[in-house]
Design a protein around this ligand. Sequence first.
Ligand code: NAD
Length: 507
Amino acid sequence: MADTIAKETITEVGAMKRSHYAMIINGERVEGSAGQVFDTYNPAKGEKLATVAKANEEDAEKAVQAARNAFDYGKWRKYPVGKRARVLNNIAAIMRARFKELVEIEVLNSGKSVGAAQVQINQSIEDFEFYAGAIVGHRGDVNNMPYGFFNYTHKEPVGVCAQIIPWNYPMMMAAWKIAPAIAAGCSVVVKPASLTPITAIILNEICHEAGVPEGVVNTVPGSGEVVGDYLVQHKDVNKVAFTGSTPTGRDIMEKASGTLKRLTLELGGKSPSIVFEDADLEAAVAGSIFGIFFNTGQSCEARSRLFVHEAIYDEFMEQFVARTKKLKLGDPFDKGTHVGSIISRDQLETIHSYVQSAIDDGATVLTGGKEMKIEGFENGHWYEPTIITDVTPDMKAVREEIFGPVVVVEKFTDEKEVVKRANDTEYGLGSAIWTTNQARATRVAHQIQAGIVMVNSPFSAFPGTPFGGYKQSGFGRELSVETLDLYMEDKSVLAYYGNKPLNPFGV
Ligand code: NAD
């Protein structure tokens, strides 16, 4: 079956772009058991892109059983680790060969700029290469034991994993999850976001072409409340890896408790960025613009709360506003476009309601603050890059995740005070520090309550860097060697090798 998928679609150039996408269960492309489909859109134009088979509980059940069967009786986890690594490298090689098509589809389904999609598809490829290498060196440990005992830890794949994906990085979040899971020997059922299901389906097809046996990777597009919920509570699912909003993460944690599932929760954020008076102004301005407006601000670690030292505040803000006004929004396929569209009308309205709430609370919008109409993309969802000042810590726009191209800026006076204010949030995902003082950078980095600290860097993550949150931003780390352990159990094997038989009861 897996070969059928490969021959029919992937090996033929242009065949990734279709008018309809089926789900993938047990290596087969199948329609939903109730025959239902849903439409998926190009948000930049607000027009229909394709139909997608819609899974229900019955389909989710079939996918779990396919994954269970592949895990319990299949060959994947029994392969020599080098063979699994080779297949992961094959996946990366196919993705690299079809890079342009993958980028095109990601842009069409998400509205992001081509530059952003290129970076994300490239990182998705590198994830598979990274885990192909990492798994080969990943091993258990041996303990020195007294009294004739020998103890070692044997690392075993955790089992069947449900992997629930958000819409903001459709391919990259799928790659962050699938790559370490299958490297570890697990089987997975992927539930892509309903707004952006296409590239996760294609990634599943590529896995089969690359040599992943049927049932090891399955993809069931459908609603979170139906399919996601079913997977989270299923007794045959051993682990849930979820990326999405904090409220959904809480719900999943509660529902997964019934079966005591292993959990990784990568949730929302409201990440601070601190620009000290000794920062390289050029780098800090450019990095702060990228930090919030990359991926149209629809990024979990978007640096959406900016703190600028009072001594450089005016100069920084003049440049920050002027250069933000130069950002180009428009045709996502135009290489000159910096900022793409918003994912949906609902999301755009949510973003605007936050901006309006800030205005109502007395804040000042320095630039942006409204929807845009772009020629040729009039029905798309576009929002101006927005900078807000005169905010107070209690405002809704300062406390809650907006998940759009909106940054709130505050002035500060000293290091101790700004660390306290930066930490005054329920979230703890990303953070950035801009300073040329290395001692200060280290000192502040160690006091920030966040899983990720960027020092003089606009970028937050590469394969190999642990990615995950503190506090309400969740727990568990992705993208790193540590992630492999979250897809494995440590089995402790204790063996007695003494000559004298043991008789503890002496009977
Ligand atoms: P969301 O929580 O609405 O949905 C995420 C996924 O969960 C979707 O596939 C959805 O269908 C599914 N889902 C919804 N309800 C469910 C339920 N009851 N049970 C099981 N699954 C369910 O989030 P979103 O709007 O798609 O994504 C945006 C959010 O994701 C933001 O909060 C963002 O910060 C977060 N995010 C976090 C990271 C990270 O690494 N920490 C990365 C990207 C996005």
